[in-house]
Design a binder for this molecule. Structure first.
Ligand code: SF4
Length: 366
């Protein structure tokens, strides 16, 4: 049976989006289909979407416009768009729209020897120069500003033996650097009677010369599993990075975001970590200009960053995402949000210089 020519159009998104795009590419190749870069040659175009922010959604529209106008190919959409931005898709002729949990619907279109579910959920990431292994998708939280929850749903963990088998298979093929990917790594196991602490312990027991980078851990779990996380970070298998989506240094703002972790305790724990592991690098996410963020709240974020300088900082100006609780709150004005972003950048650079550290372009760099 002849294969199809397929163009896979990936959008920049989270590690899991990249992983799913690569998994689809691998699935097509394994099954004798041909990848192409040409929209004129392609029988199918698969648009891998991250629809988290308005800018992302604009890019999806622009791609779908181009593909619909200039190509005869049938269009498949995968990723977050179906749940987060279904109205976008209504304007186009879409042959199939898959979310994160039903990518195996591709089997209804592509002839296959290897069904989608049997393609390995790990891949080599050019960005990270690591093998990315998924531990599952979803999370247990309901943050007020988050639109992706609609798409990813409640945590769906992969069985631990499968994750460990993926890691060992990659080790056997001489891979030495890994990234455990999840929407919230700390939620791992909440649906199947295990947890992050047990997963880390399993990994620590694997023999060999390799390092593992952990993706983001919600701060609730950071506190709950602090001892296990510290033990892992101190082990030879840790890449000596900690990625925490802190989002704000203000307790009031965090409560309004429905993120209920005590800032003071986090701060104490971070200080403790640095005392034990002076080479540890932090990567924080911060949202600036959340609707309830007062000048005083913002100053608390500045103090937090000044006290715990991260080697990488992702600053996200608040964006009101349709259907979220936060979108119903009156927004701060753009000028205030912009100037807070600039201030946070200045404070971060100053704090890094004070620590005699060099800023790092990409988190996970060693
Ligand atoms: S932890 Fe919060 S922000 Fe992160 S995916 Fe879950 S609901 Fe969204």
């Amino acid at each position: 049976m002849p294969g199809y020519k397929v163009l896979v159009s990936n959008q920049v998104g989270c590690e899991s989006t990249e992983l799913e795009g690569n998994r689809v590419t691998q699935y097509l190749t394994l099954n004798g289909h041909t990848l192409t870069e040409s929209i004129h040659e392609a029988d199918y175009i698969i648009v891998n979407t991250c629809a988290f922010l308005r800018a992302h959604r604009d890019r999806i529209i622009s791609r779908l416009d181009t593909f619909s106008r200039e190509s005869q190919a049938r269009i498949i959409v995968m990723g977050c768009a179906r749940e987060i931005a279904p109205r976008i898709l209504e304007s186009y002729q879409i042959a199939l729209a898959c979310g994160h949990s039903d990518l195996d619907k591709l089997d209804s279109i592509f002839f296959q020897f290897v069904p989608f579910k049997q393609t390995p959920p790990y891949h080599w990431s050019k960005n990270f120069k690591r093998v990315v292994i998924s531990v599952g998708r979803g999370c247990v939280f309901t943050c007020s500003y988050c639109s992706i929850k609609k798409s990813i749903g409640f945590i769906k963990s992969r069985p631990m033996p499968e994750i460990i088998a993926d890691l060992q298979a990659s080790l056997a093929s001489s891979q030495r650097r890994f990234l455990l990917a999840a929407d919230d790594l700390g939620s791992y196991g909440k649906d199947c009677g295990t947890n992050l602490s047990e997963l880390l312990r399993e990994i620590e027991q694997i023999e060999g010369d390799f390092t593992v980078l952990l993706s983001n851990i919600h701060l609730t779990w950071f506190l709950k599993y602090f001892d296990a996380i510290m033990r892992f970070l101190a082990s030879a298998h840790s890449s000596k990075w900690l990625f925490l989506p802190m989002q704000s240094g203000s307790q009031c703002v965090l409560t309004s975001m429905r993120r209920y972790y005590p800032v003071q305790e986090i701060s104490q724990r971070l200080t403790e970590l640095v005392r034990h592991l002076p080479n540890l690098r932090f990567y924080f996410d911060m949202i600036v200009g959340y609707p309830t963020e007062s000048e005083d709240d913002f100053n608390q974020t500045l103090s937090f960053i000044s006290k715990h300088p991260p080697s990488c900082l992702m600053i996200a100006p608040f964006s009101a995402e349709e259907g979220t609780l936060a979108a119903k709150l009156p927004s701060l004005d753009e000028v205030t949000i912009r100037s807070r972003v600039d201030w946070l950048n200045i404070v971060r650079r100053t704090a890094i210089r004070r620590e005699n550290r060099v800023p790092i372009a990409h988190w996970g760099e060693e």
